[in-house]
Write a protein that binds this ligand. Structure first.
Ligand code: HMG
Ligand code: MG
Length: 306
């Protein structure tokens, strides 16, 4: 199998992870988490969102987080931006990357950003233009690409069309979000074949939530198709607050990294440091660590030869 030799892991825990916590999250924890992840060697760490604090209270004060982290020069710290107000906030905070986020169904688009797909794309166009003219690079998300909590099955052609429009606006990369984790490897392959008609495979990222335990196999299926960028969340934190009660976090970064290390695919990320970050954030949040590899390595199973 011709797998990519190098994979870019986008750490989304500080945003996708923490946005879904029901408890109050201290700014200090958000800042510490980003600093610790920076030390692990990621080149992209999603740092927060400039969205309505009434809709997503956990991401309020992202500007304060950005002002307090210790950024590394070569690392990008993108933030989610849904509209003009969000872009203004992000620009004031001097970001070098934003992410706009659309969806493949009108039902989910309404629930997440209170407008239809078409309205969202019309809103995004001037935002991307302004961002690019200020040398801010823009990533585009498409949510519910492999199933929607409101509309059920999703047509891959609709995903491909939204992805194409985001690319045409000027997004450098399109992240395909399996928001509720219902995808399987066969569906993933069909989807990628469809989207790759319009978006180069090296501009596609996989964003798999692990609700049905399919995220790792879907990543493997995507690697087989040549995808070389994946979003993941340390300790498997999080999920989208508008994806439904049972929706869980992204695939755990530790699990993806363990698999890639075993396949001799390079990432530049230090797994030993990362498992300690997973442990740190779970203890702070008093939650179970959702990374199997993280837990096994922490328990010393490998060392003991069990
Ligand atoms: P709206 O109510 O239609 O917006 O919400 P509005 O323009 O009518 O404004 C309503 C209020 O929100 C006003 O305040 C605005 O000032 C304020 P009020 O006058 O009532 O006090 N407001 C804002 N405040 C701060 N920053 C802003 C902003 N915009 C308006 N940027 C809106 C529309 C998009 C704002 C809202 O729906 C929203 O914030 N949604 C949050 C969406 C979100 O963050 N979802 C989770 C992230 S997406 C995700 O997790 C999926 C992903 O991981 C991929 C995957 O897994 O599929 C990316
Ligand atoms: Mg997500």
């Amino acid at each position: 199998m011709n797998y990519p030799k190098r994979v870019n892991l986008v750490e989304v825990g500080p945003r996708d992870g923490l946005q879904n916590e029901s408890q109050h999250i201290d700014l200090d924890l958000r800042i510490d988490l980003i600093n610790k992840l920076t030390d692990c060697g990621f080149s992209v760490i999603e740092a927060g969102s400039f969205v309505s604090p009434k809709w997503v209270p956990q991401m309020a004060n992202t500007e304060k987080v950005l002002a307090s982290i210790r950024p590394k020069a070569e690392v990008f710290y993108p933030v989610l931006v849904p509209n003009k107000k969000g872009l203004e906030g992000a620009m004031k905070a001097n970001v070098s990357e934003i992410a706009i986020f659309g969806a493949a169904t009108d039902g989910f688009s309404h629930r997440n950003i209170n407008c239809s797909i078409k309205e969202s794309l019309d809103k995004f166009r001037p935002i991307v233009k302004e961002a690019l003219s200020n040398r801010i690079r823009v990533r585009g998300y498409v949510s519910v690409v492999l199933g929607c909590p409101i509309e059920g099955e999703v047509n891959p052609n609709v995903v491909a069309d939204v992805a194409r429009q985001l690319l045409d606006m000027g997004c450098y990369e399109i992240s395909l979000g399996d928001t509720i984790g219902t995808g399987t490897p066969t569906k993933t392959k069909i989807l990628l074949d469809c989207v790759a008609q319009y978006v180069a495979i090296d501009q596609i990222a996989g964003h798999f939530h692990d609700t049905y335990g399919q995220a790792l196999v879907n990543i493997l299926a995507s690697l087989e198709q040549g995808v070389s960028t994946f979003d993941c969340s340390v300790a498997g934190l999080g999920g989208c607050p508008f994806a439904g009660k049972n929706a869980t976090g992204n695939v755990a970064t530790e699990d993806v990294l363990y698999m890639l290390n075993g396949m001799s695919i390079k990432t530049g990320i230090d797994l030993n440091k990362l498992i300690l970050v997973g442990d740190f954030v779970c203890k702070k949040l008093n939650r179970e660590n959702a990374s199997k590899a993280g837990k096994a390595l922490l328990n010393g199973m490998i060392k003991e030869g069990n």
